[in-house]
Design a protein around this ligand. Structure first.
Ligand code: ACM
Ligand code: ZN
Length: 561
């Protein structure tokens, strides 16, 4: 605890009630052992800067992004320490925390954090870089209620390994409110994640307003009831379920994410996973219906009819509105799990196959080639609007569209093949990156999940760049993402429980160089981050941590540890 000598004197002179007002807050020392671990930290425990009430954060004039960054830092520190900082436009100066854009580095998200007793300077190559420096300072400060923070003299230089650092959320199987989605984005920001993949449509619900097709939400966003327990239990809850986002609400999410340097990538899953859409517009399905918004989980055979011209128009119309809402370069068009059973029987689909001259060979069936035709149609439209498609592994079926980026979820092999064909790849293999899989072995004690086993250590150990790729091919691996499918995740606390702390392990896979990674060291750094989760009121899985208070009841899990 450091007491300013002048304050001491002042307090001695004005005894009594004045003393309470004069006593300084205790000083808590920051710790740079954060997650994700910065590339280089050179620290010196002498010569610290003290962040206290009234410390000013200065930012460059006429730069709203940097002003917002300054305000974020002030609000984070207020939340974590109770300290009231000021923000002010102006030149860097002593006594202040200075945010600048002065850093020279080829990586557009790089930052440096330099501190000594006179000032703290966070410099970025961009506003985003400064934001990551702010996250680093905030995590170093940790949770220290009603305290001043001692920032040891240090020089940190840091930049991410991957430009695409993603986290997905399925809002189709279960719906999450705008406020919950914002909290999810806050979770991403804390972990330096910069892509939010928003899965907006599926068999069990259509969740985004499309003005040209109002029944997508008036009909397609509602299911009559939901299966209880596993998908095949045969038991249903008898309770109608629904929800969707207006275009204005979706734009609000885009803005909220953009302020935190996160790009929202919308997904409209096509031509499969479309049962909710064809319930609303049965003429878009092969049989013409009637259909129902699906009440259980799995892969529906009822998909868009690829032989129907109005289906192709529907795809373009929907994507046109999506492109207007979401400025992201990538538009995710799904492409996964599209059974071909209806297409094999449907006269319109077969007529299209014939008209296009599609044939089966040893590599692909003619129906797989028809899927490729649908994906190509979507790609050409998206490209015509200056955007790019990204799709799941199965967009390789029938041949990969010319400019498509592949999201490799059925293991890494699709990603490897796509990289060898010089297509960009995002790695998200389910054995490592599906956070809807169980995180503990003793599944009896876990909330019901879809299955699988992805413990935090497995997430941490994932190496996204396969060794079989040569040096050039490796450059096509643009990033890593984890996915959170919500068939068995009904509430937001359960979302957080499944995501945290695995998201911390993901953050080091996305950000750190392999040479920096060490699981035991990561585990030592983790409790300071989970203390922040706790302080922010976020639910997280406690029993997967080595040290956390064993006796603390876990409201989500069915038992202690
Ligand atoms: C997927 O998990 N169906 C992409
Ligand atoms: Zn058809």
């Amino acid at each position: 605890m450091a007491i300013n000598p002048y304050l001491k004197l002042y307090c001695m002179l004005f005894v009594g009630a004045a003393i309470a007002g004069c006593s300084e807050k205790p000083v808590v020392k920051a710790d740079y052992g954060i997650i994700p671990l910065p590339k280089t930290i050179v620290a010196n425990s002498e010569n610290s800067f003290i962040i206290k009430d009234g410390t000013t954060i200065v930012f460059p004039e006429n730069n709203p992004g940097m002003q917002r960054n300054a305000e974020f830092l002030a609000s984070y520190l207020k939340e974590q320490t109770g300290l009231k900082l000021k923000t002010k436009a102006g030149e860097p100066r002593d006594g202040a925390i200075c945010l600048t854009l002065d850093l020279q580095n080829d990586n557009t998200e790089a930052y440096s954090l330099k501190s000594d007793k006179n000032r703290i300077t966070i410099a970025g190559t961009s506003e985003a870089g400064v934001f990551y420096g702010i996250q680093a300072l905030r995590k170093s400060a940790g949770v220290a209620e009603d305290s001043q923070i001692e920032i040891p003299a240090a020089e940190i230089n840091d930049a991410p390994r991957f430009a695409y650092r993603g986290m997905h959320l399925d809002v189709a199987r279960h719906f999450f409110t705008i406020d919950e989605v914002k909290t999810y984005i806050d979770m991403l920001a804390l972990h330096n994640i910069n892509r939010f993949h928003w899965h907006l449509s599926d068999d069990q619900g259509w969740r985004i307003e499309i003005k040209k097709y109002p029944k997508l939400t008036s009909v397609g966003s509602k299911r009559a009831e939901t299966v209880v327990g596993m998908w095949n239990s045969g038991v249903y809850d008898g309770t109608p379920y629904g929800g969707f986002y207006t275009q204005e609400e979706a734009k609000e999410i885009v803005n909220y994410a953009t302020e935190r340097y996160i790009t929202v990538i919308p997904e409209i899953d096509l031509p499969g996973h479309m049962q909710a859409a064809i319930t609303a517009y049965p003429e878009l399905g092969c049989t013409g219906g009637p259909y129902e918004v699906w009440e259980t989980w799995g892969v529906s055979d009822q998909v868009l009819c690829a032989g129907n011209d109005s289906t192709l128009q529907f795809i373009k119309d929907v994507l046109a509105e999506i492109i207007e809402i979401f400025p992201s370069e990538y538009i995710h068009i799904g492409g996964d799990e599209c059974p071909k059973t209806e297409w094999e029987k449907c006269p319109k689909c077969q007529a299209r196959i014939k008209a296009l001259g599609l044939t089966s060979d040893s590599k692909h069936t003619k129906e797989q080639r028809l899927q490729s035709f649908v994906i190509n149609t979507a790609e050409q439209f998206v490209n015509s609007k200056g955007r790019k498609i990204i799709g799941w592994t199965e967009i390789m079926e029938g041949g990969l569209s010319p400019n498509a980026t592949l999201m490799s979820w059925i293991g890494e092999s699709g990603g490897i093949e796509a990289a060898q064909m010089h297509h960009d790849v995002i790695m998200t293999p389910m054995d490592y990156m599906y956070f809807n899989f169980y995180q503990a072995k003793d599944t009896e004690k876990e909330p019901l999940a879809i299955g699988g086993y992805v413990p935090m250590e497995k997430v941490y150990g994932f190496e996204p760049v396969p060794e079989v790729l040569n040096e050039e091919e490796r450059t096509y691996i643009k990033g890593v993402q984890a996915n959170l499918w919500t068939e068995y995740i009904q509430t937001f606390p359960l979302i957080q429980y499944m995501a945290l702390p695995r998201m911390a392990a993901l953050a080091e896979v996305q950000w750190c160089d392999p040479s920096q990674k060490n699981y035991q060291d990561f585990l030592k750094r983790l409790p300071r981050l989970t203390a922040l989760y706790k302080h922010l009121g976020w639910t997280y899985a406690k029993h997967v941590l080595p040290e956390e208070a064993a006796a603390e009841p876990d409201s989500i899990r069915k038992a202690l540890r």
